[in-house]
Design a protein around this ligand. Structure first.
Ligand code: ITT
Ligand code: NA
Length: 201
């Protein structure tokens, strides 16, 4: 089985390949990127917008992932703005020297300075569209925001996120360790069980 992954984030691609191959599902990538305005106010809406935009162009099952980091002590930000939080007006924009992940992390650490409550969660919403049928699933990973980045694995905010019960950042985990506890790993396993119970797999 094949699914088209509606993303241009290489970190998501790598993780989805690993997470889906267990089920004999192979990830294909679009040959052109479709500009999708992520105008939704929720992860689910944005995942749906991405899945629909690609499904209009490609006649095959499409999987979209909308995800991010939610931090209660800064009003739930970066939230649906996780990808480009450094540019968001909330808390002031960051200068970007080179890397956008680095700029996002710098901004979160700046806003978190002196905060007592450092709790946070990663959230992923997946939408799988077959055209006539669609499925969605969610996954979460709870943890806290570190004072300094640690580790070089994963992508995005992984270096500043410590999953609950571990004394390592998400970026210090081996790939299979991240998959076992991550929001994306959980969302994929939830999606598969939903599809199985609906008789599609
Ligand atoms: P696509 O829309 O093309 O899929 P994107 O990166 O813009 O790529 P999102 O709008 O869903 O996707 O933004 C998700 C952001 O949340 C992502 O860029 C990271 O900054 C962060 N994020 C999501 N999952 C993450 C993970 O597993 N580890 C660290 N950061 C993550
Ligand atoms: Na988004």
């Amino acid at each position: 089985r094949k699914v088209l992954l509606a993303t241009r984030n290489p970190g998501k691609v790598e993780e989805m390949r690993r997470l889906l191959e267990v089920y004999g599902i192979y990830v294909e990538l679009p040959d052109k990127y479709i500009e999708v305005e992520e105008s939704g106010s929720s992860f689910l809406e944005n995942a749906y917008l991405k899945a629909q935009a690609y499904h209009r162009e490609y006649l095959m099952p499409v999987l979209a992932d909308d995800s991010g980091l939610v931090i209660p002590s800064i009003d739930g930000y970066p939230g649906v703005f996780s990808s480009r939080f450094y540019q968001h007006e909330y808390g002031g924009k960051e200068e970007v020297v080179s890397d956008k992940d680095e700029a996002n992390i710098r901004k979160v650490l700046r806003l978190m300075k002196g905060k007592q409550d450092r709790s946070a969660k990663f959230v992923a919403f997946l939408v799988l569209s077959f055209g006539d049928a669609g499925y969605w699933a969610k996954g979460e990973c709870r943890g806290k925001i570190l004072e300094e980045p640690r580790g070089s694995g994963g992508f995005g905010y992984d270096p500043i996120f410590e999953p609950e019960g571990l004394e390592k950042s998400m970026a210090q985990l081996r790939p299979e360790e991240k998959d076992a506890i991550s929001h994306r790993g959980r969302a994929v396993r939830n999606l598969v069980s939903i599809i199985k119970s609906g008789g599609m797999l």
